[in-house]
Structure formats: C-alpha cells, structure tokens
Design a protein around this ligand. Sequence first.
Ligand SMILES: C[S@@+](CC[C@H](N)C(=O)[O-])C[C@H]1O[C@@H](n2cnc3c(N)ncnc32)[C@H](O)[C@@H]1O
Length: 237
Amino acid sequence: MEEATESTHCCENVSDSEEDKCSDTDFPPSQLGTKEFWEDVYQKELETFKDIGDVGEIWFGEESMSRMLRWMDKAKIPENAAILDIGTGNGAFLVELARHGYRNLTGIDYSPASVELARNVLQAEDLADVTVKEMDFLNCQGELKGFDICIDKGTFDAISLNPDNREEGKKLYVQALKDALKDKGFFAITSCNWTKEQLLDRFCEGLEFVQELPTPSFQFGGKTGHSVTALIFKRVH
Ligand SMILES: C[S@@+](CC[C@H](N)C(=O)[O-])C[C@H]1O[C@@H](n2cnc3c(N)ncnc32)[C@H](O)[C@@H]1O
C-alpha cells in the first residue's frame, strides 16, 4: 500500500475554493473518462500485482479511506450494512472495509482487468466473501439495489470526463445511484474535480446533504481551497 498522501494527479481541475464556483463544463473531456484508459491502467497494475504483490494506486491516498471509515464509525454504520464500492479499481477500499469488520461488501467496475485485480487482491487477503462484479454503473439494468451505503472515490470524477455524452453520463449516474440506495441509505463521495457546491447541485434530487468531511486545505492567491472534497448524502424520497 502507498504512503498516506492526498494524491490528486488524476484530476483535470482542482478548483475547490469556496469562492470559486465553476460551471459543470469548466474542464475539458479527457482519456481518463474512457474505459480503454482504465483497462490499460489496471492491466499494468494486475501484472505488477502478480509480479511483486503491489496493489497499485490508492486514489487520493490512504487518508481518503481512513476519513470515510472514521465517518462510518461515528455514524454507527452496522457491520452487516450492505456497502457498494462504485468503480472499485484495485479493490483496496473493499479490503480496508473488510478489515474494519464490514462483511456485506460489493465492488463493481466496468474494467475487466480491474475486476480481476480486485479479486486477486481480496484473495491474497483471504477475503473470499467480498463480491466483485464487472459492471458499467451507467448501464446496470436495475441489478444494483438495496444498498445501505454507496461509496465513490474518483469514479464520478472519471465519468464526468468522458469525451462522449458526459452530460448524459452524469444524469445516468444520479439515476443509478438513486436506484441502488435504500431509502435513508448513504452516499459517500470523494472528488477532486468538483467543488462542494457543484456536488450539492448535481446530487440535489432524491438525496439530502448530510455533512462535509474535513480534507486538507491549501492557500493560493489569497484564497483557501481543498484538493479533494468529501461529502455525505442521504437518500430521501
Ligand atoms: C479514479 S479510479 C478510482 C478507483 C477506486 N475507486 C479507487 O479509489 O482507487 C476510477 C474508477 O472508476 C471506474 N469506472 C469509470 N467509469 C465507470 C463506469 N461507468 N462503471 C463502472 N466503473 C467505472 C474505472 O474503471 C476506475 O476503476
């Protein structure tokens, strides 16, 4: 596992100042929004894992996982809560959740190499009970439902960068999320591309803002901003 850093190098735009509210289209589409890009990333990470056992990139650093786990502790999320990791990548967050005692865990990713890597990583940790499925969150055909918590670390960011149909993609994401969550279920998102205001705007229908989790701040040009934004929402009808 990597050092606890707030890595933001996946980001196309770090614009998180309270005073600097951007529109949804402030940054250009990118290859980070394509399935081919992630397949290539996880093919390489899979080879590395098989060679030397390194799980690869922890997006936004280990602290991004500890931050969520601290919130889950405070919110008294029970160990049998059904938890979905949207765009699980190497499955490292699933491992941390399982180590923390959570035992009803599902990860999905549309990259077959990511799914193979996550399964390998979980197997190496003797965590055979965790479900990992190859699935496009934007086209999950109602298969994902009944979750108490949906976690997203960098996946909505990636989807927002899709060169094709990204406005449609963002709408499909919100609908899939609402379908996946139980009533009063939580959505925990960590983003490096969107400000708190933009996320509140995007996830305003069928979801209620619960709280912002503290993330490291920086100062630039007399303004204060955050390299990542971590928010909790609750599903409401
Ligand atoms: C920035 S990575 C984050 C990976 C992981 N959440 C983490 O924190 O390490 C974005 C992930 O989203 C996945 N992804 C992007 N679009 C997706 C979609 N439509 N359905 C499922 N997974 C998707 C990618 O394959 C990639 O694993």
